[in-house]
Design a binder for this molecule. Sequence first.
Ligand SMILES: C[S@@+](CC[C@H](N)C(=O)[O-])C[C@H]1O[C@@H](n2cnc3c(N)ncnc32)[C@H](O)[C@@H]1O
Length: 290
Amino acid sequence: MTPSDYEYLRKLLKERSGLDLSADKQYLVESRLMPLARKASLSGIPELVQKMKSGATALTSEVVEAMTTNETFFFRDKLPFDHFRESIMPEMLRARASRKSIRIWCAAGSTGQEPYSLAMCLKEMGASLSGFRVEILATDLSQEVIEKSKAGIYSQFEVQRGLPIQMLVKYFKQTGELWQINSDIRGMVQHRQLNLLHDFTCLGKFDIIFCRNVLIYFDQDTKISIFGRLARAMEGDGFLVLGAAETVVGLTDVFKPFPDKRGLYRPSGARAGSAQAATSMPKIAAMAGR
Ligand SMILES: C[S@@+](CC[C@H](N)C(=O)[O-])C[C@H]1O[C@@H](n2cnc3c(N)ncnc32)[C@H](O)[C@@H]1O
């Protein structure tokens, strides 16, 4: 791959998926794209780039998908699901007692382990949800991972990562070497392809948004833009859950962190501003304690 091929790919990936590759990630691009080049009977990445430049749109989408990291597992990091069961849902059930509906969005749901972990938590809540309509929407940039999520079929390795054995027995059916999550759990999750770089106002407002382990791949301005749009897609008393390596602190004041609940945020009511405005405002620490 020539330096100009790498620059072309870096720019394209930034525009299409938000992926912010530093100047020294050629090895990553090579390892992800060589299998794709071989599959398309191309001699290597220079020819792949040539094809993309000449307008091969399907190939370009495959390149963008191949460069996404889809790593996920059931009940990943445990703590967000403890917050969900112990804090978020009890409060939402009180706050939505008259509306009787709760909307949850997994904004980068990958192959489904995150939205299905939420669905199993809800199932375990049993009668406390009676009369409530709870919607879970799982979206992702990659159509391939959405298809896998819809099927809800996992390998032995995948079900051994994070999923308590009692839940495996209770909510999955074994077929040969594979496990499929039961249709009633699958039926609790709706799927849709969605790029977080694009407008998502058409999805309406949510009470709870899980947006975990995707913003880490984006640059600061992209994160700020997404936080602003997530705040607008959320009810004023909603909850945002981020990944362990992600935060709003120092980037925006549209969400405020819970001081004692890592990874959990609420809308602050502030309007989205610029990165500079947010970093120059000493408000965030003060708001956290509000
Ligand atoms: C590392 S996985 C995280 C999955 C899950 N949220 C978790 O924490 O286990 C990141 C997911 O973000 C998706 N993704 C990457 N860029 C995206 C974008 N611009 N819009 C929507 N999803 C994106 C990837 O396809 C991938 O499935």
